[in-house]
Design a protein around this ligand. Structure first.
Ligand code: ZN
Ligand code: MN
Length: 480
C-alpha cells in the first residue's frame, strides 16, 4: 500500500483546568497559583496527610456538567469518583482522584460530539472530572548533579478531561478541534485558555490498522500539530519500508522537534482503579441538569448564527471569529462603537489575525483596542488615510498601542489631496517617463504605471482617485 493512502486516525485526551474556580477540587486551597512561590497553596488534604478527607467542590461539578452539555454528551445519573493508583512524586497521595468508564467507574458523561466547520462531527468518548497532579521541575546538569523539585500548588486543582474517539483525520484537524474546544469552554465561562498550561494534551495516532502510538503531554496547539506531523512522517516511513510500527508511548521533544520513545507497552497500564471510599457517589437529577442548562451563556454555534443574522457578516468571517472568543468579543465591541460590521470583521479576520500570527502572539498580548480599530476605519471613510496606509497604522498600533491619530501625525501619513503639489509631481513624472507617456495613448497598463509612479513618489499617501484624475487629465491635455 502506498504511504499516502494510509488513513490517519487521531484521538485526543485533553486536560483543561477549570480556571474560573477559585478553589481546588477537594479542598479550599486557592486554585489561583500561577506565579506564586512553590508550595504556598497547599493544605493537609491536597498533600495527602493521612486522616484528612476530601470534599467535592460543588461548582466544579456544575462546570463539568455544563461542559458535558455543551459537547452534547450524555450526563450520568450517578457520578462516582475512583482512585487511580500510581507512585510518583507529583502525586503526594500515591493516587489521583479521577473517574473512569471501565471497572464501574462512572464519569460525568459519555458520548457526545463537537462539530467542525464542514459539519463533520468529531465524536467524544467520555468527559471526566479529576484532580491535577503537582509539578516537577528538573534542575541542575550532569556536571553540577541533577535533582528534582516538586511544587504542589497545582496538586488538586480541578481538571475536566475530554477524551475523543480516534476520529480526527489529520494533524491540522486535531489543532482545529482543540481551538474549537477552547472556544466552547471559554464561551461557557469556565476556562481561560490564555493562562499558561491551562490546556494540556495527549494524542494517540495510528496509520496502520491498530498500531497505536501515544504522544504524551503536549503543551500547545501548535506543538500538537507539529508532534502529530512528525508522527505521520515517522510512521509512514516505517510502513513504507515494511517495518511494523511499535505500539508505544512517546514523548514530544519541543526543542529537537522529534518524538522519542518513553515506554513500550503492549497493554494498558494497570492503575488498580477502585472506588474512592472517602467520597459518596453524586446523584445527578434531570432537574439539576436542566436548571444548569438554562443558566448557560451563549455558545459558539448560536453566537455564530447571531453574527450572521444580526450583523450581516459572512459565514466565513463568523467561523473565524467564533473559534477565538477574544476575537469575537473584540468584534462585538467594535460593532457597539458603530463600526460597519462587515468591514470590521474583514479587518479582524484579515490584517489583524495575520499580524498576530506573524508576531506569534494572542490578541490579549497585542496593544490594539476596539476603539483603535474603529478609529482607523473612520479615518479611511473620511479620506484622512488610504487603505494601504491604514494597514501600516494598524501594524504600528498593535506594536505600540499609540492612537491612530498619533501615528498618522508622527509619521506624516495623512492623505495628500493638495492638487497643486500633486500636479507638480505629475509634471516631473511625465518628464522622467517619456516612454510610458507615449505608450499610455493606447496602453492602459502604461497609465496605471504612471499612477503607480505618483503613488510611489508620495509613499502611498496621494489620494488615489485624485492621482488617477491628474494623470488622465494630463494625458488628455497632451493628446489634444
Ligand atoms: Zn489544599
Ligand atoms: Mn487524566
Amino acid at each position: 500500500m502506498a504511504v499516502d493512502d494510509l488513513k490517519v486516525k487521531i484521538g485526543l485526551e485533553v486536560h483543561c483546568q477549570l480556571t474560573s474556580l477559585k478553589t481546588k477540587l477537594f479542598c479550599s486551597c486557592s486554585a489561583d497559583y500561577r506565579g506564586d512561590k512553590p508550595n504556598t497553596h497547599v493544605c493537609p488534604v491536597c498533600i495527602g496527610i493521612p486522616g484528612t478527607l476530601p470534599v467535592v467542590n460543588e461548582k466544579a461539578v456544575n462546570f463539568a456538567v455544563m461542559v458535558a452539555s455543551a459537547l452534547n454528551s450524555k450526563i450520568s445519573e450517578r457520578m462516582v469518583f475512583f482512585r487511580k493508583n500510581y507512585f510518583y512524586p507529583d502525586m503526594p497521595k500515591n493516587f489521583q482522584i479521577s473517574q473512569y468508564d471501565k471497572a464501574g467507574g462512572i464519569p460525568i458523561s459519555v458520548g457526545g460530539f463537537l462539530t467542525l466547520d464542514g459539519g463533520r462531527r468529531v465524536m467524544i468518548r467520555r468527559i471526566q472530572l479529576e484532580e491535577d497532579p503537582g509539578k516537577l521541575s528538573y534542575e541542575g546538569t550532569i556536571e553540577t548533579s541533577r535533582y528534582t523539585l516538586v511544587d504542589y500548588n497545582r496538586a488538586g486543582v480541578a481538571l475536566v478531561e475530554v477524551v475523543t474517539e480516534p476520529d480526527l483525520e489529520s494533524p491540522r484537524e486535531a489543532r482545529i478541534f482543540l481551538e474549537k474546544l477552547r472556544s466552547q469552554l471559554e464561551h461557557l465561562g469556565v476556562f481561560d485558555g490564555s493562562l499558561e498550561g491551562s490546556m494540556r494534551c495527549d494524542a494517540n495516532i495510528s496509520l496502520a490498522e491498530g498500531r497505536r502510538v501515544e504522544v504524551k503531554n503536549i503543551s500547545s496547539f501548535k506543538e500538537v500539530e507539529r508532534a502529530l506531523n512528525f508522527e505521520v512522517t515517522r510512521q509512514g516511513t516505517l510502513v513504507g519500508k515494511g517495518i511494523r510500527v511499535g505500539m508505544e508511548t512517546r514523548h514530544w521533544d519541543e526543542v529537537r522537534r522529534i518524538t522519542v520513545t518513553l515506554r513500550v507497552k503492549e497493554e494498558e497500564q494497570d492503575y488498580r482503579y477502585f472506588p474512592e471510599p472517602d467520597l459518596m457517589p453524586i446523584q445527578i437529577t434531570e432537574e439539576y441538569v436542566s436548571k444548569l442548562r438554562a443558566s448557560m451563556p451563549e455558545l459558539p454555534e448560536s453566537r455564530r448564527q447571531r453574527f450572521i443574522e444580526t450583523y450581516g457578516i459572512s459565514g466565513q468571517n463568523a467561523d473565524v471569529l467564533i473559534d477565538n472568543k477574544a476575537l469575537a468579543d473584540f468584534f462585538e465591541k467594535c460593532v457597539e462603537l458603530k463600526t460597519n460590521p462587515q468591514e470590521a470583521s474583514n479587518w479582524i479576520v484579515g490584517d489583524l489575525i495575520a499580524y498576530l500570527h506573524a508576531a506569534g502572539i494572542e490578541l490579549s498580548e497585542s496593544k490594539i483596542t476596539p476603539k483603535h480599530l474603529t478609529r482607523i476605519l473612520q479615518m479611511i471613510d473620511d479620506g484622512t488615510i488610504s487603505i494601504k496606509i491604514a494597514k501600516l497604522v494598524l501594524e504600528e498600533m498593535m506594536k505600540t498601542g499609540a492612537t491612530p491619530e498619533e501615528i498618522v501625525e508622527r509619521k506624516g501619513l495623512r492623505r495628500i489631496s493638495d492638487t497643486t503639489y500633486l500636479a507638480d509631481l505629475v509634471n516631473k513624472i511625465f518628464r522622467e517617463n517619456t516612454q510610458a507617456v507615449s505608450d499610455a495613448v493606447r496602453d492602459e497598463k502604461a497609465v496605471n504605471y504612471l499612477v503607480g509612479q505618483l503613488m510611489k513618489a508620495t509613499q502611498g499617501k496621494a489620494d488615489p482617485e485624485l492621482a488617477n484624475k491628474l494623470i488622465r487629465d494630463k494625458l488628455a491635455e497632451l493628446s489634444k
